[in-house]
Design a protein around this ligand. Structure first.
Ligand code: 13P
Ligand code: SF4
Length: 317
């Protein structure tokens, strides 16, 4: 792709990014919800748990994180001696933003006997106040390891929380947050779509609301959904998660059909995560060229947040 950047110099962004990657001894990690050209230039594309493991074990000097802020923050917490770059610092997450650390602290203090299991979609400050972090791919395994007499408080995603209560049979106290992308899928339109495509399997991320999950044939994290379509003998899938993942599904299974789940309003692009989509190839290039924006975390917060993240990495093995 040839585009003009600030200095009005035409730049072949892919070539320049690869050059900078060598110069910086950098690794580019990307989430499945990134634009396809970013996924294609990344060294690794994965779900939140896989990306955390990659960040923890990276040998590069610089981690360029093509994802959202909490993901890059987790990478910095795990790899404090590496420079962690995020193409756009505004790339947040509605779940993390809906759970401010002062309110979370009060929630915890109101239930001192509860163990706090916190979804990775949260700020470093909230992680620092938590006992164990989890991702959508590791939560069930982690919850099943908590002694049954220990009450659990789960934050910030109420939809994932409700799904986990059903899966594990554990009664958890839920923070009432949600993802603005996954709650926009329209259940009635999905049922219509299923009737139109009777052979299509509905696959969904557990951040979706309960009525939609009740209709789903398979529920998993982004990587879990990708693995499912790869090994399935079915040919058609309705995909109820952010549309970016369809790029990898189509690449892995060119003969299969992937239908994005219908939104409430056809005119909007609300099945795209507006935060994830703030990162562009141009911003990726610029952050590497300028070595900024960079993730910086106060050391006291980092050390406190590291403990529950490490517990997640150990308990999800
Ligand atoms: P995964 O861990 O399944 O990739 O989910 C991350 C996320 O933000 C989903 O909205
Ligand atoms: Fe957060 Fe939802 Fe975007 Fe995932 S899709 S990063 S949960 S706002």
């Amino acid at each position: 792709m040839i585009i003009q950047v600030e200095e009005k110099v035409p730049v072949d962004l892919e070539t320049e990014i690869l050059k900078l990657k060598k110069e910086l001894n950098a690794v580019i990690l990307a989430h499945y919800y990134q634009y396809s050209e970013i996924q294609d230039i990344a060294d690794f594309v994965g779900d939140s748990l896989e990306l955390s493991r990659k960040a923890a074990n990276a040998e590069a000097d610089v981690i360029v994180f093509a994802g959202v802020h909490f993901m890059a923050e987790t990478a910095k917490i795990l790899s404090p001696n590496k420079q962690v770059l995020l193409p756009d610092l505004e790339a947040g997450c509605s779940l993390a933003e809906g759970c401010p650390s002062d309110a979370f602290k009060e929630f915890r203090e109101a239930h001192p006997d509860h163990i706090a299991i916190t979804y990775i979609n949260s700020s470093a400050e909230v992680k620092a106040l938590s006992d164990i972090i989890c991702t959508s791919s590791s939560a069930e395994k982690i919850i099943k390891k908590i002694p049954t007499d220990k009450p659990i408080l789960f934050a910030p995603d109420k939809n994932l929380g409700k799904y986990l209560i059903k899966k594990t049979g554990r009664d958890m106290l839920l923070w009432q947050g949600s993802c603005i992308v996954h709650e926009t899928f329209n259940q009635r339109k999905i049922i219509e779509l299923k009737l139109k495509h009777p052979n299509a399997k509905l696959i969904a991320h557990p951040e979706c609301e309960e009525p939609l999950l009740n209709e789903a044939d398979y529920i998993a994290s982004t990587s879990g959904l990708l693995n499912f379509v790869k090994q399935s003998t079915d040919k058609e899938f309705i995909v109820a998660t952010e549309v970016g993942i369809i790029h990898q599904m189509q690449k892995a299974c060119p003969d299969k059909i992937f239908i994005p789940a219908p939104k409430n309003d056809e005119a909007c692009s609300c099945n795209e995560c507006p935060y994830m989509k703030l990162n562009t190839l141009e911003k990726l290039y610029l952050c590497m060229k300028n070595r900024s924006p960079e993730i910086i975390i106060p050391e006291d917060i980092r050390l406190k947040a590291l403990v529950p993240i490490q517990r997640m990495l150990e308990m999800s093995l």
